[in-house]
Design a protein around this ligand. Structure first.
Ligand code: DX5
Ligand code: ZN
Length: 219
């Protein structure tokens, strides 16, 4: 069970210390938004390059951008541990996933709440993770969409059938009150923004989320 705190909920004026605050996590989740794929703008490759120099944990870059075919490999080349593109935006998912992996990062694809997983099942051999969005991408602090749990289950079962090491990530509204149903459905990487950075102690919040998720470990 892996926890990936989203720095979208952190203090952007102090990103280095905000990364230090989550050093006990498995990843730090970086939401890249371009104001085209989603109606919000955050940060891009130059900032990610700077964060990579100081982060105590590997960066899990979630690209909510148009034309990930063009941009995603650059994040892998810069040293991101994992790079996720959206199937709704990508033109050639196989080539993009292969370029990410060739640059030494794990590759993943994401599906928005309204996007079914089944048409993309054939991509499983090309990726290390599938991200099932549990809010509409674009903003932190939204309410968890429990109606995405059947899709989490579907992805997790497909990943098992596929046999490889494909992780299932959930992102959006994940907190102490929603993480257990995600784990129960088969998720094993949990993004949490407000639940970690909004807590008095980020380290305690990470520990609590990890403990709750571990109650539902699948064999
Ligand atoms: C939403 C982002 C999420 C966001 C999650 O578009 O992809 O990573 O930061 O934030 P919370 O955990 O606050 O819902
Ligand atoms: Zn995200």
């Amino acid at each position: 069970m892996q926890i990936s705190p989203s720095i979208l909920a952190s203090d952007f004026a102090n990103l280095q210390s905000e990364l230090e605050a989550v050093r006990t996590a498995d990843w730090a989740h970086v939401d890249v938004m371009d104001n085209h794929f989603v109606p919000n703008l955050t940060l891009g490759l130059p900032v990610v390059e700077a964060l990579l120099k100081v982060s105590p944990v590997p960066l899990d870059c979630h690209l909510m951008i148009e034309d990930p075919d063009r941009w995603a490999p650059g994040y892998a080349e810069a040293g991101a541990g994992s790079v996720t593109f959206h199937v709704e935006a990508v033109r050639d998912p196989v080539a993009t996933a292969r370029a990410i992996r060739a640059a030494g990062a794990r590759a993943a694809f994401a599906v928005k709440p309204g996007t079914p997983f089944a048409p993309y099942e054939d991509l499983l051999p090309e990726v290390d993770m599938v991200l099932v969005m549990t809010v509409e991408p674009g903003f932190g602090g939204q309410s968890f969409l429990a109606d995405q749990m059947p899709k989490v289950r579907e992805v997790s079962e497909a990943a098992r059938r596929h046999g490889g090491e494909v992780r299932v990530q959930v992102d959006g509204g994940v907190s102490a009150s929603t993480i257990e149903q995600c784990a129960e459905a088969g998720a094993d990487v949990f993004v949490a923004g407000s639940a970690v950075y909004g807590a008095e102690s980020a380290a305690d919040a990470i520990e609590e989320l990890r403990t709750l998720a571990a109650r539902h470990t699948h064999p």
